[in-house]
Design a protein around this ligand. Structure first.
Ligand code: C5P
Length: 226
């Protein structure tokens, strides 16, 4: 039996990858499968938490006893997070949220006109949901906020360097840094990570299953709970 160290806690997790519509049939998306976020939800529920999982475009089975809220694009994900935030003890932003979206969504499918060059796609910036959560923190029951960072880099420490800079910039309590070069992380069964704490701590988790990594992430979160 797992420790019930999240009993009585409410956790809000985002997973998957947002899709930003371009026209009725096309979107800008990313390679996130949602597996790490679903693993976090499953493990948290097994450790006693009440879990809400905001899932962007995933095709994974609903973990036992987890409340799944499906969303499509970044703004829907943001609205779902804001709706489910009150009363949460922990928010884990594992979703790959699109940084940009097309300025206008065409009502009709974009047609190809033979002999002409297609129009460029104009983009605008999406809200940074994680940064917004940190900015809006107030009051006695502040949730612990966990961010994710998929970083490219090599063994010379650039992944860590980028991770520390991002932790400082985003202002979250814990940042899960995944190296994504060489085809790792996205869609695979295994994952490796460094868990960077706002207190300067760094826990390296060598390549392991996504459920095992989820357990290590919750081990890092529980001491941060009030
Ligand atoms: O800046 P970057 O996209 O690498 O940051 C990744 C982290 O920020 C993830 O936790 C992701 O869920 C979150 N994020 C967000 N809103 C965005 C972009 C990323 O909350 N628009």
């Amino acid at each position: 039996a797992l420790p019930q160290d999240l009993a009585g806690r409410r956790v809000l997790i985002t997973a998957g990858g947002t899709r930003e519509p371009l026209d009725p049939v096309r979107y800008l998306g990313n390679r996130s499968s949602g597996k790490q976020g679903f693993a976090l939800a499953l493990v948290a529920a097994a450790r006693g938490a009440a879990v809400t999982l905001v899932a962007a475009n995933t095709s994974l089975p609903t973990p036992p006893a987890v409340d799944v809220v499906p969303v499509g694009d970044a703004r829907e994900l943001q609205a779902a997070v804001q709706f489910h935030l009150p009363g949460s003890d922990v928010v884990v932003m594992a979703a790959a949220v699109a940084d940009f979206r097309p300025v206008d969504v065409r009502g009709d499918k974009i047609k190809k006109t033979p002999g002409t060059t297609p129009d460029p796609i104009a983009l605008t910036t999406n809200p940074d949901i994680l940064a917004g959560l940190v900015r809006d923190r107030a009051g006695a029951r502040n949730p612990v906020i966990v961010g994710f960072a998929a970083e490219t880099g090599d063994a010379d420490g650039t992944v860590l360097e980028h991770g520390r800079a991002k932790l400082a910039r985003k202002g979250c309590d814990l940042l899960v840094v995944n190296p994504v070069d060489a085809g790792r992380a996205f869609g695979t069964e295994d994952n490796e990570a460094v868990l960077l704490g706002a207190d300067g701590s760094a826990v390296e988790v060598a390549l392991t299953g996504k459920h095992a990594l989820a357990a290590r992430i919750w081990d890092a979160v529980t001491p941060l709970l009030p």
